[in-house]
Design a binder for this molecule. Structure first.
Ligand code: C2E
Ligand code: MG
Ligand code: MG
Length: 546
């Protein structure tokens, strides 16, 4: 149950009297408050046909007693007639909201009754979230402007986004997702004070307006408590569910000139909290605003670059160490920007992911790489990096199939590289997608192995064909015995699991010797070949013995 204090009790969703409200019922009342006449629509309220000359307030009192209208209607009616207020609203038992308006017509009073249920309901739905009963964005905006008017206090706005909620919704279904949202609303409600407001801004996003927390330390304490409370396990729809929450905080009276700006800035702070590892909070800073402007510029540029074909692929050779045989290439995305110059994939791929542009961009990479590789000798393979986001829908299965069919590349020559991060969320979907793709003959490698979370457990979850040992271990393997031990352990593990291991980022002969001694059999790095364009690949293939 949501506590009463969060149900927006103080608000009245009144309807303004206006002539365009259709008058449905009319009652004429004499100066001594007796019914002169009324039309059919008003008879429900004044109990049938036998009304003439009866005191109107008695009739309404009876209607109240019989439960036809809500308690209090008689008194409100009396106030309208006696003290000269001109209108009021009341509820009928059948759920309708009726507005009564009184007008003096000479000696008599005309009371018009209009059904305003629809107007009231739609006003309510704009202010109250139907699922959780919390305030909506519209309501929050109103509350924020009230808070901004009070210049004495500097309230705080917290913008919340649940971590891993989408995975729950996708794997356990929407009813469980809905139940979870209600539980989250409930838990947050329980730690609020009476004057605070909690709103649901859509999906798994919430906002809390801390109306009387006017110093940073107190907001921090609250945010910490909120993260702790929301991150505890839930029993939702019979499932044990774990989620987290990230929080962005804006200070009212400081971080924005109007409610929209405050929400926007709290959202920017939230974006930083999420990109800095989630399950944490961040206060808005003006630096975040600058970065967001940069991201917007980059976004426009990425969209244009996709349309203008400013992207290209570079290919980095992979070798078998002992015989220095060329095995194939990894396709690496390149962006030559007319002003920015060469933009690193490490900087634009995360943004393309955030914007959802990685799906069309990734498809372009896949199709281009397949059609270029189809012209190479048949023993050479092509490795393509796939973003975790691309694995989250079954769509990748058909995209891969169609890229292979269109290019004529044999599936055995294609290798998809996936990072551990891809298995962190949506694990079941990702594994199902990987399994389907692997069953067509395409090989799957685990990229940047060792940089992620609980690496070994991921190797058990899916039969990868290849493990790419991350550059950081390779670089340090010469000087740092621990890194060398990791290279050795991973190579041995790969061998026993039937997976090939390849060392990435090998730059010196010394590193090459070292990783070979530790049992690694393949190499990709600047030492054996930098990423190169398609023409340079053709030249290299010409020189390479089979
Ligand atoms: P990655 O998949 O691990 O690719 C290897 C990165 O290491 C490449 O950087 C490559 O140029 C670099 N590298 C290779 N050998 C050496 C070396 O000996 N020394 C040094 N210092 N670096 C070396 P790049 O091309 O900047 O790509 C960075 C990352 O961007 C890639 O890491 C990959 O995660 C991502 N990426 C690149 N292309 C794509 C793509 O088409 N799709 C997706 N989703 N991600 C891509
Ligand atoms: Mg890679
Ligand atoms: Mg890598």
């Amino acid at each position: 149950m949501i506590k009463a204090k969060n149900v927006l009790a103080p608000l009245l969703y009144g309807v303004e009297a206006s002539d365009d409200l259709l008058a449905t019922g009319t009652i004429w009342i004499s100066s001594d408050l007796r019914v002169l006449t009324c039309n059919g629509s008003a008879q429900a309220l004044i109990l049938g046909k036998n009304y003439q000359s009866k005191p109107v307030l008695d009739l309404i009192s009876d209607a109240e007693k019989f439960g036809i209208c809500a308690a209090g209607t008689r008194n409100a009616f009396a106030a309208m007639l006696v003290s000269g207020s001109t209108q009021f609203q009341f509820e009928m038992r059948d759920g309708r909201t009726i507005m009564a308006r009184a007008r003096m017509m000479g000696e008599a009073t005309l009371v018009e009754l209009s059904d305003v249920s629809f107007v009231v309901r739609s006003a309510l739905s704009q202010h109250r979230d139907p699922l959780t009963g919390l305030a909506t964005r519209v309501e929050l905006l109103t509350r924020l402007s009230q808070a901004m008017e009070d210049t004495e206090k500097s309230a705080h706005l917290l913008y919340l986004d649940l971590d891993r909620f989408k995975a729950v919704n996708d794997t356990l279904g929407h009813p469980v997702g809905d139940a979870l949202l209600k539980l989250v609303a409930d838990r947050i409600g329980n730690i609020l004070s009476a004057q605070d407001i909690i709103a649901r801004l859509g999906g798994d996003e919430f906002a809390v307006l801390l109306a009387e927390v006017d110093h940073r330390g107190a907001a921090e304490v609250f945010a910490t408590k909120l993260i702790d409370v929301v991150s505890r396990s839930y029993l939702a729809g019979g499932h044990l569910v774990n989620i987290g929450v990230s929080v962005g905080i804006a200070v009212i009276g400081q971080d924005g000139n109007n409610p929209d700006e405050i929400i926007k800035n709290a959202d920017l702070a939230l974006f930083c909290a999420k990109s800095e590892g989630r399950g944490t909070y961040r206060f808005f800073t003006s630096e975040m605003d600058r970065q967001s402007q940069e991201r917007r510029d980059l976004e426009v540029d990425i969209r244009r670059a996709l349309a203008m074909r400013e992207f290209s692929l570079a290919y980095q050779p992979q070798y078998e160490i002992s015989g220095r045989h060329l095995l194939g290439f990894e396709a690496l995305l390149r962006w030559q920007h007319e002003v920015r110059g060469d933009v690193s994939p490490a900087s634009f791929i995360p943004l393309a992911e955030h914007l959802g542009l990685i799906v069309p961009l990734g498809e372009w990479v896949l199709r281009t790489a397949c059609s270029v590789a189809a012209a190479w000798p048949p023993h050479l393979s092509i490795a393509v990096n796939i973003s975790p986001l691309q694995f989250r829908t079954e769509q990748l299965v058909s995209t891969v199939a169609s890229a292979l069919a269109d290019s004529g590349l044999a599936p055995e020559r294609l290798e998809l590289e996936i990072t551990e991060g891809a298995l962190l969320e949506y694990t079941d979907t990702v594994i199902s997608v990987l399994t389907k793709i692997k069953s067509t003959g395409v090989r799957i490698s685990m990229d940047d192995f060792g940089t992620g979370y609980s690496s070994l457990s991921y190797l058990q979850k899916f039969p990868f064909d290849k493990i790419k040992i991350d550059q950081s271990f390779v670089r340090k393997s010469v000087t740092d015995p621990d890194s060398a031990a990791i290279v050795r352990a991973v190579s041995a593990l790969g061998e026993s699991l039937g997976m090939t291991t390849i060392a990435e980022g090998v730059e010196t002969e010394e590193q090459l010797t070292q990783i070979f001694e530790q049992g690694c059999r393949q190499v990709q790095g600047f030492l054996t070949g930098r990423p190169m364009n398609a023409e340079a690949v053709s030249a290299l293939i010409q020189q390479s013995p089979l």
